[in-house]
Design a protein around this ligand. Structure first.
Ligand SMILES: [Ca+2]
Length: 154
């Protein structure tokens, strides 16, 4: 055996022992991760908030979901042209860190050729959800618009 080799092996072994960080293991074990399922079901009487605006361009609605603390936390449904009672029936799954305060933001959007417009935004505090139980919620936007959403935390 060559003379320098045992020293090198010993040095590598001591470096490896420094990689074990008990605080890191502690944190990983205590981080609670849940899955949030959001189903955007349908909308009723979608309006931009004024009949003049609606007459100039019938809403082409879609819903944008934003969950700031979640990876991949921005999603959206399809949009339907000139449809004030859209049936989306689209489901989305989000990873949720339940150690944090999580708020889901729902933007009711109007699709346009050049740039889409936010009609209105609502929010929902997810820490109020009971795990395993589906909640059926109707969100109201502006005067008349309603959107039915199912939320479930597992
Ligand atoms: Ca439009």
């Amino acid at each position: 055996m060559k003379k320098g080799k045992p020293a090198l092996v010993k040095r590598l072994a001591s470096e490896a022992s420094f990689e074990f960080d008990p605080f890191q293991v502690f944190e990983v074990r205590h981080r609670a991760c849940s899955l949030l399922y959001v189903t955007v079901k349908c909308g009723r009487n979608i309006s931009k908030g004024s009949s003049t605006k609606d007459l100039m361009d019938t809403p082409d609605p879609y819903v944008r979901l934003r969950l700031p603390n979640s990876p991949d936390g921005r999603r959206k449904t399809m949009h339907y042209d000139n449809e004030i009672n859209p049936k989306w029936e689209e489901s989305f799954r989000f990873y949720l860190d339940t150690d944090k305060n999580n708020t889901l933001y729902l933007d009711l959007m109007d699709a346009n050729v050049i740039s889409d417009e936010v009609i209105d935004t609502q929010e929902f505090k997810l820490n109020n959800l009971e795990p395993g139980r589906a909640e059926h919620i109707t969100f109201k936007f502006k005067e008349s618009s309603e959107v039915d959403v199912d939320l479930k935390l597992v």
